[in-house]
Design a protein around this ligand. Structure first.
Ligand SMILES: Cc1cc2nc3c(=O)[nH]c(=O)nc-3n(C[C@H](O)[C@H](O)[C@H](O)COP(=O)(O)O)c2cc1C
Length: 130
């Protein structure tokens, strides 16, 4: 989505924005000299697109006030943390669900473990003077 469309979506009353979707790619069959898929271009998903979309989330979240939902290449909990640090309020998983359907449960458990450990660390840390 281009920058004016993002702003238009917010001005038009969108509750949130999903950033992004797949990124269009082209695979050429070197035997036939033709595109490998009938539709010519195809959407690329998975880990390779993550840095591009984390960058988009970072840029979009600075321009809009509505929540930004990050989507692209999330394979582990650390990826979710990265998206949150870039400005996402929530995330969506695509590719990883196809690759490993139980990943969602593992992500969820690991995320909670990380939150618990972070809370414990915060409790153990001596209070700083303001
Ligand atoms: C098999 C598959 C089917 C998808 N179908 C749709 C779709 O019907 N509509 C859509 O907007 N996005 C669709 N997507 C895109 C995903 O919603 C997601 O935006 C994209 O794959 C990037 O996230 P990911 O890297 O976690 O997969 C599809 C992705 C995959 C892998």
């Amino acid at each position: 989505m281009s920058s004016p469309s993002r702003l238009a979506a917010e001005a038009g009353g969108a509750d949130a924005l999903v950033v992004s979707n797949t990124i269009l790619g082209l695979k050429i069959n070197i035997d036939t000299f033709r595109p490998a898929i009938g539709n010519k271009f195809g959407g690329i998903s998975g880990p390779g697109i993550k840095p591009i979309i984390v960058r988009m989330v970072h840029q979009v979240s600075q321009r809009v006030k509505i929540p930004v939902i990050g989507c692209g290449g999330i394979c582990k909990v650390e990826d979710v943390v990265e998206y949150m640090l870039a400005g996402a309020t929530a995330v969506m998983l695509g590719y990883i669900i196809f690759r490993n359907p139980s990943a969602l449960i593992a992500h969820h458990r690991r995320a909670w473990r990380m939150v618990r450990e972070a809370r414990l660390r915060a409790r153990r840390r001596p209070h700083r003077r303001r």
